[in-house]
Design a protein around this ligand. Structure first.
Ligand SMILES: [Zn+2]
Ligand SMILES: [Zn+2]
Ligand SMILES: [Zn+2]
Length: 146
């Protein structure tokens, strides 16, 4: 999905939820989308503070975006990192080398999760799956660096 599409899609989602489109909020969304990987609220504060967007606004906006499912909190990351998410159910491949986050949509993962729950007689409501490691580019860079 192109960056502009993501921006527009998020703007639509915000207006659907009756969230007013302010310049400051838009700056936070733009910055999150531009990063295309994992980032923390503090990363965005560092980027936007010189442009007059305050820390409190950034934290409030990040919370709001996470509440609406536009951002997902990455549970495997100890720094309270977030990433911008598509609307379809998916999971994340998180690269420790370059901080990219790739979305994976996997039927077999969904079936496996359902079967694990069923076998335990458990009624699942939701599940989380994050795979942390190195992306192709970072693997190649690690090999070339030897
Ligand atoms: Zn996601
Ligand atoms: Zn990488
Ligand atoms: Zn799933």
């Amino acid at each position: 999905m192109a960056i502009d599409d993501t921006d527009l899609r998020i703007r639509d989602q915000l207006s659907e939820h009756g969230v007013r489109d302010t310049a400051q909020r838009r700056a936070v969304v733009d910055e999150a989308v531009r990063r295309r990987g994992r980032f923390t609220a503090n990363d965005i504060v560092a980027e936007l503070a010189p442009h007059g967007v305050g820390r409190a606004t950034v934290f409030r906006t990040v919370d709001l975006l996470a509440e609406l499912g536009i951002l997902a909190r990455l549970h495997s990351d100890s720094h309270h990192a977030y990433t911008v998410c598509g609307t379809e159910h998916h999971h994340h491949l998180i690269c420790e080398g370059c901080d990219t986050v790739e979305e994976i949509v996997s039927d077999s993962a969904e079936k496996l999760v359902t079967r694990i729950a069923e076998d335990a007689g458990f009624q699942p409501r939701e599940h989380l799956l994050e795979i942390v490691g190195l992306c192709r580019a970072c693997q190649a860079a690690a090999q070339g660096g030897r």
